[in-house]
Write a protein that binds this ligand. Structure first.
Ligand code: PEP
Length: 251
């Protein structure tokens, strides 16, 4: 069994003070639980300060996005190497809001995965279907395309630095969590794809998080599902009182 990986994606929320208060509250408790991995994903502008605040804590800090290019004339973009420079160790790539609000496609997402790994960042690659895609029976086809395309050219040796997050778009921020059965089916399918793309050992060792309206009252059920190795949490990661019970779920 893989060590559960619980990550909080803050999106474009919290101000500096609230962000610092949140990580102070988390840091005070996370050290007590050594059988889970925890990461937070603040907005870019707080990464430096949050990384410093968490120095010495087991909580890792990640960015919510990065540029596919290494440097140059890309106004408004942030390079993966800059994220590493301010203490980020991970980056979310292909989040559904990047795909569906900002129109990021699989080729761009794959370039970002390469650039991030090249800069020394670990990657959480997000995949997931829309409600229309699910209702028309295309869930597997959609997540397979996103997974294969996102990992195109990524060597087996780099897969230890990649986590997959299955985030059905219809479950993100909606309160409609996937059932344990729905999550289990897609996670097992993704693991099978990883085995085909790489090997049985890579498939077994790659952590696959579930994301989509994870809360204190559903985390234990989801984490009990075979092939669910963690959770990527949005709304419920913004306050200690809602994120700590997720981190401290009883398996
Ligand atoms: C997310 O932002 O990745 C997410 C899963 O959000 P929420 O938990 O709010 O559904």
């Amino acid at each position: 069994m893989n060590t559960p990986f619980l990550a909080g994606n803050w999106k474009m929320n919290l101000d500096r003070r609230a962000a610092l208060e949140l990580v102070e509250a988390l840091a005070g408790r996370v050290g007590e639980r050594r059988d889970v991995d925890v990461a937070v994903f603040p907005p870019f502008v707080y990464l430096d300060e949050i990384s410093r605040a968490l120095m010495g804590s087991p909580i890792r800090v990640g960015a919510q996005n990065c540029c596919d290019e290494e440097s140059g004339a890309f106004t408004g973009e942030v390079a993966a190497s800059m994220l590493a420079d301010v203490g980020a160790e991970l980056v979310l790539i292909g989040h559904s809001e990047r795909r569906h609000v900002y129109g990021e496609g699989d080729e761009l997402i794959c370039r970002k995965v390469h650039t991030a790994l090249g800069a020394g960042l670990d990657v959480i690659l997000c995949v997931g279907e829309t409600i229309d895609e699910r209702e028309s029976g295309r869930t597997e086809q959609v997540v397979a395309t996103q997974l294969r395309a996102g990992l195109e050219g990524i060597a087996e040796g780099d897969m230890a630095r990649v986590t997959i997050a299955y985030e059905p778009v219809w479950a993100i921020g909606t309160g409609h969590t996937a059932t344990a059965a729905q999550a289990g089916e897609v996670h097992a399918y993704l693991r099978g794809l990883l085995e085909g793309l790489y090997s049985e050992s890579v498939a077994a060792a790659t952590r696959i998080q579930y994301g989509g309206s994870v809360k204190a009252d559903n985390v234990a059920e989801l984490m009990a599902v075979t092939d669910v190795d963690g959770a990527l949490v949005g709304g419920a990661s913004l306050k200690p009182e809602s994120f700590l019970p997720i981190i401290e779920f009883q398996g």
